[in-house]
Design a binder for this molecule. Structure first.
Ligand SMILES: Cc1ncc(COP(=O)(O)O)c(C=O)c1O
Length: 415
């Protein structure tokens, strides 16, 4: 069994350890929730101060040109694209993941619909994906069908126009094989939309190698862009110009400052914008993405992935004996090729209270109904000793029964 001293040794020899200094992390807190909201990069305060005081405060509206505000959705988009195997100019930061999903699903339905009238997804997919897919299906006279995990392939038939999947499952951390699944969908005649919310900045993704059609994802998770950071959207170049997206706003116009009454969509990814870009949020996201890109000369995403798997492997090894004693089961796949950058535990009766008691001890994960405790293993700032101490605290919470205290069952708006 790995000891705390072993973990300390792993930290001492970890080439990625200096990346932790990029973040403001409170003392006495072990933060294992970067899969939900990344922590604050230390560069954000100065960057926002500059944008607010200089670009906005002094240069005012001129900054749309002089500070290149107009290009920011593309410049940050290209940085994110470089982590996902997207070509330059193929990925844009805009709107929320939910809104972006609506746009790409609507385009996919127009391209691939016709005789095909099914959008296929998974029952356990993130709810916003299912709600948005349901609304697009209704608008196009299609049906949303839901596969159980593991049975997508058996439901890919000649009725399926679109396969919509989240690459890394938000609840369990289980990861699809993007290339194989995309190939199976294409062979069945469907286009594929990937939600990369729990993949971007966390696991290696190569959209072109996988021959994906569309992708969306969040800026506030592993990309550390801050609460409510805008999302991103990618479209394979073969689908550019085939069909314009449904939210025809002026920022998606080929020439917004011509102010013509007729809509003429920009060809390419620029056409997927609708309204004015949120500059303050984009500036913060730019800093967040840079924290991931900072790993470039330390082995890049491959090195981050290797450390992430070592952390999740350690967590699973340490938690299993504790779990056996107290009715906790690991629901994240043991096969490292089949999991993302989190470990999830199920405790059917008292998962919520357990997590609250753990948070009260300074170990921050989160809870997802009905029974899942999630622990993000973000390699940019998580130390091996953090994993050791987190499991130690969990064992104490379980052993002492302190989670039974009434305050730990009180639910806030967010779990
Ligand atoms: C898989 C997945 N998709 C989408 C979202 C949320 O999208 P939005 O940023 O529109 O709230 C989440 C949020 O946690 C998610 O886990």
């Amino acid at each position: 069994m790995t000891t705390r001293a072993d973990c300390a040794r792993l930290d001492d020899t970890d080439a990625l350890a200096p990346l932790r200094d990029q973040f403001q992390l409170p003392d006495e807190t072990i933060y294992l929730d970067g899969n939900s909201l990344g922590p604050l990069p230390i560069t954000v305060a100065a960057r926002l101060q500059r944008v607010v005081a200089h670009e906005w405060g002094t240069n005012l509206i001129g900054s749309w040109n002089s500070a290149d505000w107009m290009r920011l959705p593309h410049t940050v988009g290209n940085k994110i694209g470089s982590l996902l195997g997207a070509g330059d100019g193929e990925l844009i930061v805009t709107d929320s993941t939910s809104v972006n999903l609506f746009k790409v699903l609507d385009v996919a339905a127009s391209i691939s619909g016709g005789a095909r009238d099914v959008i296929l997804s998974e029952r356990d997919n993130f709810p916003t994906d299912l709600y948005i897919a349901g609304s697009v299906a209704a608008a196009h006279g299609m049906t949303l069908e839901l596969a159980e995990r593991g049975s997508v392939a058996t439901m890919l038939d000649e009725r399926v126009a679109i396969l919509l999947l989240t690459h890394v499952d938000y609840r369990t951390g289980a990861m699809h094989d993007m290339a194989a699944t995309t190939a199976a969908a294409h062979a069945a005649g469907a286009v594929v939309v990937w939600d990369l919310a729990h993949s971007a900045g966390a696991v290696p993704v190569d959209l072109h190698a996988a021959d994906a059609d569309f992708a969306v994802g969040c800026g506030y998770k592993f990309l550390n862009g801050g609460p409510g950071a805008p999302g991103f959207l990618w479209v394979h170049p073969r689908h550019h110009g085939q069909q314009s997206q449904p939210l025809a706003g002026w920022m998606g116009h080929a020439a917004p400052f011509d102010f013509t009454p007729d809509y003429r969509p920009a060809i390419g990814i620029a056409g997927y914008q609708a309204g004015t870009p949120p500059i303050l949020s984009l500036a913060a996201l730019d800093c967040g993405v840079d924290t991931v890109l900072a790993a470039a000369n330390l082995g890049g995403i491959a090195a981050l992935r290797a450390k992430s798997l070592a952390l999740s492997e350690l967590l699973i090894e340490l938690v299993e004996p504790v779990g056996r004693e107290h009715g906790l089961t690991v629901v994240t796949p043991r096969d490292p090729t089949k999991r993302g950058s989190q470990v999830s535990l199920s405790h059917p009766a008292n998962g919520f209270a357990l997590m609250q008691a753990l948070i009260a001890r300074g170990v921050v994960g989160d809870f997802r109904a009905p029974d899942v405790l999630r622990f993000g293993c973000t390699p940019l700032y998580t130390r091996y000793v953090d994993i050791y101490d987190a499991v130690d605290q969990l064992a104490e919470v379980l052993g002492s029964g302190e989670w039974r205290r009434p305050e730990f069952s009180r639910r806030g708006l967010v779990t």
